[in-house]
Each structure stands twice: as C-alpha cells, then as structure tokens.
Design a protein around this ligand. Sequence first.
Ligand SMILES: [Zn+2]
Length: 490
Amino acid sequence: MHGMSRLTMRIRFVITLMALLAWPFSYGNAADIALPDIGDSAGALISPQQEYRIGQAFFWRLQQSVDLVEDPEVNHYIKSLGQRLVSHSDAPALPFKFFMVPDPTVNAFAAPGGFIGVNAGLLLTSQQEDELASVLAHEIAHVTQRHLLRSVEKHNQSSIPRAAALLGAALLAAVDPQAGVAALTVVQASAVQAQIDHTRAHEAEADNLGMLNLVRSGFDAQAMPTFFERLQQTSRFYTGNKVPEFLRTHPVTTSRIAEARGRAVTYQERSQRRDDLSFYLIREKLRVMTTSNLIALKQHYVNTIKKGNNRNTVATRYGYGLVLSEMGEYSKARKAIKALISEDKERLTYQLALADIEKANGRLSEALTIYKVNQKLYPNDYALSVEQAIALLQVRDPAQASALLLVQLEAGRGSGQLYKLLAQAQGDLGKTSDAHGWLGEYYYSAGRFEQSEEQFKLAVKSARGDQYQLAKLNSRLREVEATQVLMEAL
Ligand SMILES: [Zn+2]
C-alpha cells in the first residue's frame, strides 16, 4: 500500500533528521570507535535530548499516517503497565511514552527516547498479563540499551546516509514491514547482513534484560518463553507476507525459546499474586473496539458463556455486555453489566461500562450520577474524569468539565484527547482565545503543524489586550513554526 515516493520521503526524513539533530560534524576514523559492550557509547554521538527528539519526530510521523487508540481507560492501562516495568528498569527516570495502535497484527515497537507502541493484536494474543509485560519489558530494554543508535554506530564505517537509512529502515520495519523491507533492499546487501547479525545480538540482550526487569516487577519469568512459543505456533499458520509483524522483526527460533526457558528456571522468585482481572477486562474492551464483525463476536461470547468452563468467565460476560451496547441492545447490555456489578460493586471498569451504556442510550443524567458517585471512590481517576467531562460537555456544563480536565493536566496527564476536550470546554465558556490555544496544542501533539499554527494565530488574534496571554501564545507560535520548518525539511 505504500508507494515508493512516500517511502523515499520517509527515508530522506530520517537521513536529514539524523544530520540535523544527531550527527557530529566530523566522524573520525572508524578504527577509533570500539564496539560497545554496554549501551552508552552511542552517548558520545547523540545526547539523550537529541535521542528524544528523534523519537518525537518518529511519533509525529507515525500519527500522521495512523490513528492511535483514543480510549482513556485502555490508554491508562497500557501506560500503567509500562510505567510499572520502567520503574524497575535501568532507566526509571526516562520519560517513556506508551501508546496503542488499533491494528490486529501482533506487534510492538520502540523508537529512541522511549516511544513504545503496542498493537491491539499483541494484547489480544497474550493469554495472561505477564506475557504482554514480557514483550513490553523487551521493548523497554531496546530503548534503555539504545539499540537503534548503536546499530547506526556500528555502521560508521559506511557512509553516513547509508547508516542513517539503516536506522530509518529498522524503525520502519518495526511498524510497517512492507515499507521497512523495501527500505532495507535500498541499502547494500552486506550492510543488511551486518544489520541482521547485530539485531540478533540486540535481541538476545533485550531478552535477557527484559526478563530481569519482568521478575523485578513481580511478573512470571516463564511468561516470556511461553509467549515466544505461542508466537512460533501461531506463525505455522502464516505464510509469506502474512507472518505477524513482531515475528519478522523478532524471529522466534527454537534455540531462542530454549534459552529463555533455561534462564527463566534460574529465577527463584515466584511471581506475586496480584489482581490481573483488569488485563482480561481491558482485553475484551479492546476486542469489542477493534472487531470488524460484532455479530460473530457476540456469538463467540454467547458460546463461551454457555460452555461455562472458561477461566475468564467474568471478562467474557463483560465483553458480551459491551458488544450488546455496541449493537444498540441497551437493556440487555445494562442487565449484563449490572449482574457483574452486583458481584463486584466497586470495580471502576464495570461502573464506566454502565455509564457508557446510559450515555449511548441517551440517558445522560443517569450516566452523570454514576460518574459523580465514583469520583468519591476514585477521585480524579484519569479515565473516569475524561468520560465524565465528555458527558458534562454534552449536557452543556463546560465549567465543571473544564475543572475536571485541568486537574488531569496539572497532574501531568496531558494528552491529545485532553487538549481537544479542553478546547471544546473553553469554547463553550466563551473563552475563544483559550479554545484556539488548546486546539493548537491538540494539533501539535498529533504532528499536524499547519493546523496548529493556524489555531495559535487565531488564539493570538482573539487574545485582545491580555499581555500575559499574548506573550505565552506568541512564544508557543514561534515554537510551532520552528518545528514545522524542521519537519518540512525532512
Ligand atoms: Zn526486539
């Protein structure tokens, strides 16, 4: 689906980016640069700030071609799981960014600076939370060990554009294998071979460190080889370009599985007992959100519940409730979710599902009551506050919506969705300049710089005599314009 022109553009983007942000003026003699044993010799070439900017540029480019999952509960889940692993990694202070792509293929990918993407297919394929965590831990290790940058460094003996093209190809291959593989063929065959060998070393390192992180975070070390085995079995049914993307970039060999299995045995720690029901519930929510066939999914739930021997019956019943709501069968949906609530009154996921059914059914005051009651139990929970703000905006209470959203913003939970809702709230309150400003932030976060610039200009125009607001907006406008010039040059 990806034409050569777009591909060439993207490779050029990475090459220029590397030259602009990262490449030292003089590279020195290849022989002077020893290959690193640990991941910090790339630091001589690229500072953490530059690394973050490469990741950010990649993240913007990705959002320009892919819509990310915009469900606050799902996003909060993946972020919390990722952050739990990061806090036990070698770089607990690095500002990682976890996000979900609504793509059914099994894939996860990491860009420099800590941008980690997870495809819906990966979560749907995982049979327990520990398996999902094992892949996240593997990706986190790629970032903390700066593997992509070290790959480039290894190729310093070749020309700079070729080395940069390799980085671009590696990034592309992780997200978009067709484009990535095509990009690799652009580069000379010898370099490709070297790249693959190097990647295997990095894979082994990411497996080792990832498993250590997994155990430190209280997960089961065995989950990693178990998930590898699942992938290997799954891949038997695939041929040619249907191979799951994670397998293309992460070939699972029998020896890799055996190695992981052997290492897992050496970890004596038992995984802690913990509440992993949220994993199973989020998995069903994601399944309903991303299915292309609601009727078949409904039938699947009906059959599974009938059999009654499924170990995640509760999650199946929850998914069934969601699918009914999606199909407009609100009273049945309400009944299914209320039955779950009667067994587990305080689980926020059920409360949010019930409120969502009421909202979809046009019963906004019922939904608002549920949100209000739960704010007492879970004050300022991210998903709860975002969903409540959406309902408040629907009943024209922008003041309360704005207050809830600003609390989230001050807690450092800014997101594109939050900026967009804030823009709507400020607009409804008649604060035109603020509304344009927040919309500017929304477009900026999504890498849509032209629209962002336009909104900040409108914000400046409507700021009228407010000097403080004007100074703030003008400085933001200059930043947006500078970013736009840089990204357009790529
Ligand atoms: Zn990997």
